[in-house]
Write a protein that binds this ligand. Structure first.
Ligand code: E4P
Length: 218
């Protein structure tokens, strides 16, 4: 499974880059607001740091305007994935932008039929929002499982499942088990995946014993 990082904070992205674990980035209007900087600058800077897809979301709600915004965003860098919402107009914009050779991430997916439509509209990525479904008492992970089954039934659907609204390391594990192609995670969740108290405890014991040997490797 690939990892995208869900942030518009360029410093956080720069810090994660040396790990080699960051296959792309997703942003949304709320994350841009949080960054407090002009969107076009932020996306351009992220695209300089990250080789993989960088999602930049349109804010228009009608297809023609979404397409115009999408073209402008896609012109920032070749690795921009235009993000459109899962509405009828969003699907029209997805088809047009995809036909023009752009990557398109269809966002705000909350059921399997929406994902089926996005697949038919030529989406590069479908973003089912796990955490927000969990928030209203619906098992978000079931949606990933349903989409996986549907997409695997049809060879002509090449859309990748991008598990979004991931809030915990357990979400990451379950999304991987359900066959998500990508998980987009906040930086803190990505870094949290490495943590285990027995790893820390074991390392402390090894280092204490090593100290007693009086040796050094270098
Ligand atoms: C994905 O592309 C979205 O930006 C993000 O995952 C939404 O997460 P949230 O529900 O925690 O805001």
């Amino acid at each position: 499974m690939k990892f995208f990082v869900d942030t518009a904070d360029v410093d956080e992205i720069r810090e994660l880059a040396p790990s080699g674990l960051m296959d792309g980035v997703t942003t949304n209007p709320s994350l841009i607001m949080k960054a407090g900087r002009p969107m076009m600058d932020v996306i351009a800077e992220i695209c300089d740091v990250v080789e993989g897809p960088v999602s930049a979301e349109v804010t228009a709600t009608e297809a023609e305007a979404m397409i115009a915004e999408g073209r402008k965003l896609a012109a920032i860098a070749k690795n921009v994935a235009v993000k459109v919402p899962l509405t009828w107009d969003g699907l029209i914009a997805c088809r047009t932008l995809s036909n023009e050779g752009n990557m398109v991430n269809v966002t705000l997916c909350f059921n399997a039929n929406q994902a089926l439509l996005a697949g038919r509209a030529g989406a590069t990525f479908i973003s089912p929002f796990i955490g927000r479904l969990d928030d209203i008492g619906i098992d978000g992970m079931e949606l990933i499982e349903e989409i996986r089954i549907i997409y695997d039934n049809y060879e002509n659907i090449e859309t990748e499942i991008l598990a979004a609204s991931i809030r915990t390391p357990n979400h990451v594990k379950l999304a991987a088990m359900a066959g998500a192609d990508v998980a987009t995670v906040p930086p803190a969740v990505l870094k949290g995946l490495v943590k285990h108290p027995l790893t820390d405890k074991g390392l402390a014991a090894f280092l204490a014993d090593w100290e007693k040997t009086g040796q050094s490797i270098l």
